[in-house]
Design a protein around this ligand. Structure first.
Ligand SMILES: CC(C)(COP(=O)(O)OP(=O)(O)OC[C@H]1O[C@@H](n2cnc3c(N)ncnc32)[C@H](O)[C@@H]1OP(=O)(O)O)[C@@H](O)C(=O)NCCC(=O)NCCS
Length: 148
């Protein structure tokens, strides 16, 4: 057992696990499935999107999702990031963020935003550690992912 996070593409079969980290029940399950299958478009979203799952010792530990957008003049938005409580502090979010950034860069999406509550100190710390800058009280931005 390495305890090192591993990252893979999410599949529709993962949806119940993804939803279990956020609550929201069946409605959010439909939203997540639609996001994964390209039929649900968050505000300003375009078609390109990706969802990745993080595992530790082959056990589901968290996920990240992001898409192409026109929001805030950015090319990309980080839509969701959640890590199960028992796997926090092990670098799962860091590994997910790096995989998501690789996907953005592969798709020439270099200017990326994320909505994060001002009181969410942990998430903000993680994003700032990964090079984010403050856009306004509710949004952080990576102005150029390839220059981080
Ligand atoms: C934010 C979240 C994704 C981080 O996941 P994680 O896998 O624990 O993150 P990592 O292990 O990659 O990084 C942990 C880092 O969090 C920070 N952190 C952890 N606990 C913290 C605390 N109590 N206060 C401040 N920072 C803290 C530290 O920077 C830590 O880095 P270090 O301990 O290695 O120096 C996770 O806490 C989570 O799912 N939170 C609920 C959902 C959420 O807020 N999502 C983001 C919405 S925008």
């Amino acid at each position: 057992m390495s305890n090192e996070p591993e990252i893979r593409d999410a599949q529709p079969v993962d949806v119940p696990k993804l939803v279990s980290l956020r609550g929201g029940g069946e409605r959010f399950e439909q939203t997540m499935l639609g996001y994964l299958q390209g039929t649900y478009f968050p505000s300003c979203a375009l078609a390109d999107r990706a969802v990745f799952v993080g595992t530790v010792d082959n056990v589901f530990a968290g996920y990240i999702a992001g898409h192409r957008t026109t929001r805030h003049g950015c090319d990309g938005e980080l839509q969701w990031l959640n890590v199960a409580e028992c796997y926090r502090g092990m670098g799962v979010a860091g590994a997910l963020i790096e995989r998501m950034f690789d996907w953005f860069i592969d798709h020439s999406i270099l200017n990326v935003c994320v909505n994060v509550a001002s009181e969410n100190v942990v998430a903000r710390t993680v994003y700032f550690r990964h090079g984010a800058q403050q856009l306004d009280p509710h949004w952080l931005v990576w102005p150029n992912l390839s220059a981080r």
